[in-house]
Design a protein around this ligand. Sequence first.
Ligand code: BDR
Ligand code: CA
Length: 315
Amino acid sequence: MPKHIILDTDPGIDDSLAILLAIASPEIVLDGIISVHGNVSTEQTTKNALSILELAKATHVPVYKGCDLPLVKESLLSPETHGNQGLGYAQLPEPATKPQSAYGSDYLIEEIMSKPGEITLVCVGPLTNIALAIRQEPRIVENVKEVFIMGGAIQQPGNTTAQAEFNTCVDPHAAHIVFHSGMPITLTPLDVTYQCIFTKDDLNRLLKIDSPVTKFIADSTRFYMEFHDEYQGIAGCAINDPLTMALTFMPGICDYQNLVVDVDISSGVGLGNTFADFYNYEKKKPNMKVAMGVRPRVFMELFLERMEKLARGIS
Ligand code: BDR
Ligand code: CA
């Protein structure tokens, strides 16, 4: 039985790759997408989600618009990482399809509560929509099957401040609500995603197939690779969000630890930092399973194979 997935996302270059991976993977069914602010505005992430679905010939997947601002702090977008439109150098046509009329968090609540224990939630942007939904209907905590979150930097430097990862840095207060909600969370922090580098060789392998899908991957990741080179001296780009998606159906890519993880919501240089109490000094029950080890090439092989399969079907 395929898993039923709702994806909360801010496309975003690696978010777009996560959508493509979901479409290309028979182990899962993408029931719906909720957009959120983050890499670009929600107006733009909504458009980008619709455009990617059109590119992948998957317009049957409904898109719901979510929050455009963090819960407490001011907006923080990321044009230097993903480009002004969020998709690097890729230019996709304006989507012909429209988002659904229901609001993102309302849709999430409706789906989880009408299918108790069935929905796998995958969150690869700031957690604003999820925190809002928990406050609107706290019973979603017990009724969601599982939650996969891309976020945090546990023993790894941050990618937004010295120690903070982008998704937790953009809306730390939302992350705080979700982390302490009691939802069954699996976290994919930068500790593992920054070991999963999509290289120029990987891209050249995909470019052997002439398809709008491979063209999109090339045009978007060229920008992303320039960012990684300029800011972090990395040859290639970390494809964080597809790794999180892959763990929903191939958990063996990573090794996990059950940990007590928190996020800093005090004002100051640590805002948005995540940290794990490895020695459990406070004697608390672990609040999530954290991916702390990864087999990068196992993941990359899966990702490349799935992109090849998708690209062959779309010319
Ligand atoms: C996360 O932030 C965004 O830039 C990416 O889309 C990913 O979700 C990585 O820190
Ligand atoms: Ca993202």
